[in-house]
Design a binder for this molecule. Structure first.
Ligand SMILES: Cc1cc2nc3c(=O)[nH]c(=O)nc-3n(C[C@H](O)[C@H](O)[C@H](O)COP(=O)(O)OP(=O)(O)OC[C@H]3O[C@@H](n4cnc5c(N)ncnc54)[C@H](O)[C@@H]3O)c2cc1C
Length: 499
């Protein structure tokens, strides 16, 4: 086949294996590696900080087609693409990027969709800097990595905005077994989509009134607009997946009720929605709450629009958020958008140990969030009405590494100081939702109340019951939850075929 034929067929057909490699190779020769190396990474267009702190609209505005194609030209299409091994769902990144470069965006998106059913979401919230982009070979050449996340987001958004309706790929031969997925976060949605592709009848049971898990109730709209989420969930429903909301498994019905109703296999994707607190004096004061509660009020119950919607939320001038992860960044930036004039982070380690995505920290800094490192509250202060007025904090220094590999914060005696605060949002971690998993007899749980699984299949200690995402890992990431979902779907399908 001539080079032109290979390129042409690559643009027209969905290629597999060797032909896909040939197609990429043929296209690669069009632009030399030297030229690719000279193209600088393209910045994501954003709402300016002064404007965005007064609204809940998305901060990132997305690439145009021209910018996306130019960014895609930076990909070296290396022989051994590190980016793919850095992606927990193993997207064929070089191929999708080559399609973007060629301007064939629908093919780029179908390449991503082969292994990822939530591309517009992952393009926005994945910590690419520690996954695919970290392994980009451009980094070894002393350059910034290809903006893989921005390109993934672009492909999904571009196709969605076209006049042609988005189609979903066809499903395998219909099968008769019913499968129950409990929880509609990224783990549950992924297992449901993959099983539906394999022809199974899948019902997702969700305790809340809207599907999406943390994507709906946790991550604010300025990072992940709801219409994007709704559209990706709709594509999963279009595969034939039934989503039943307001259905709390363990209350509305038990697992054995579902078993009697004919469900043969179960996936527990109930997440880690149980917030941790520090157990320090004053925690019961009005004005101290978990990030989970705070963000759920605003994101899910529209508290930002009180009294139009009847869920209130504290609107304060001085807001303090305790923690250094994505949850803390989301809470502090939400407080700012709700009118705080001083919104501060208090984190017990130093900046480099912060687990939040680099982009969220950068955005928070640009928006004027105050960062206080190596500090921890030891006591909340209140007035005679029982309302929070401030906190006593202690300074810390970093000692030897702990079990997480990060240096342990050690208190500095006599370093206490006070700050004023009307709201303290605690974002120091979550553990698995206990309601369902603690009532299933024989289900083996780990030290932190997490479901124990065989990591190669996500099978639990009970036959026919699989689990994944935060219910297994504690608070982790969207893409790890999705990776678990993919693994579990394959294993459930194989198990059902064996039975
Ligand atoms: C505020 C916040 C910001 C975050 N930001 C990022 C980010 O930027 N990037 C990133 O990768 N990760 C981020 N994360 C982490 C990520 O969202 C989670 O790791 C991921 O959502 C876990 O997916 P999951 O499907 O396991 O659980 P979840 O998303 O928690 O979904 C579990 C679902 O199960 C439902 N459920 C629980 N019990 C039952 C029951 N008994 N019956 C029926 N339904 C039930 C819950 O209501 C929930 O909808 C963030 C987390 C939070 C809280």
């Amino acid at each position: 086949m001539s080079k032109e034929d290979i390129i042409e067929s690559g643009l027209r057909e969905k290629l597999a294996g060797r032909r896909r490699q040939e197609w990429r190779k043929a296209l690669r020769q069009e632009v030399s590696g030297r030229i690719r190396l000279q193209i600088p990474r393209h910045k994501m267009p954003e709402q300016p900080p002064a404007r965005r702190i007064a609204n809940f609209l998305e901060v990132n505005l997305g690439y145009s087609l021209d910018i996306a194609r130019e960014e895609a030209r930076r990909c070296l299409d290396c022989g051994e693409p590190g980016c793919v091994s850095g992606c927990p769902v193993a997207i064929d990144i070089p191929t999708f990027i080559k399609y973007v470069e060629a301007g064939e965006i629908d093919l780029a998106l179908s390449t991503i969709r082969e292994t990822n059913c939530l591309p517009a979401i992952c393009g926005r919230v994945c910590p690419q800097e520690v996954q695919c982009e970290k392994n980009c070979n451009l980094v070894k050449a002393g350059k910034e990595p290809v903006a893989i996340g921005h390109l993934e987001r672009f492909a999904a958004d571009y196709v969605r905005q076209q006049e042609e309706p988005v189609t979903v790929s066809t499903c395998g031969q219909a099968r008769s077994e019913k499968i129950a997925v409990i929880g509609s976060g990224p783990a549950g949605l992924t297992v449901a989509a993959d099983l539906a592709h394999l022809g199974h009848q899948v019902t997702v049971f969700e305790g809340l009134h809207l599907p999406g898990g943390v994507l709906t109730y946790g991550i604010p709209e300025f990072r992940l607009p709801r219409f994007i989420l709704n559209q990706e969930i709709k594509l999963i429903s279009d595969l034939g997946v039934e989503i039943k909301t307001n259905f709390l498994v363990g209350r509305t019905a038990t697992l054995s009720d579902l078993s009697q109703a004919g469900y043969r296999a179960f996936f527990v994707g109930t997440g880690a929605g149980l917030p941790s607190f520090m157990a320090i004096p004053g925690e019961n004061l009005a004005g101290v709450c978990s990030a989970n509660e705070y963000l759920t009020r605003v994101n899910l119950m529209k508290a930002a629009r009180f009294p139009e919607y009847d869920t209130p939320v504290p609107v304060v001038k001085k807001a303090a958020v305790i923690g250094g992860g994505n949850v803390a960044m989301d809470a502090v930036r939400t407080a700012l958008r709700l009118g705080a004039t001083k919104a501060s982070i208090y984190y017990r380690r130093s900046r480099i140990e912060m687990p939040a995505r680099v982009e969220e920290v950068k955005h928070a800094e640009e928006e004027g969030i105050e960062f206080n490192f190596l500090t921890v509250p030891v006591r909340y202060l209140g007035n005679d009405k029982g309302r929070l007025t401030g906190m006593v904090l202690q300074r810390l220094t970093l000692g030897e590494p702990d079990a997480s590999g990060r240096r342990r914060p050690v208190p500095i005696p006599g370093s206490e100081f006070e700050v004023e605060a009307e709201l303290a949002v605690v974002a120091i971690g979550q553990s698995p939702n206990p309601l369902l998993i603690r009532q299933v007899e024989g289900l083996q749980l780990g030290r932190w109340g997490n479901v124990e699984v065989d990591p190669s299949t996500m099978a639990t200690s009970l036959e026919g019951i699989y689990a994944g995402g935060d219910a297994v890992r504690g608070g982790a990431t969207v893409i790890l939850a999705m990776g678990d979902g993919r693994k579990a779907a394959r294993a459930i399908d194989q198990w059902l075929r064996r039975c």
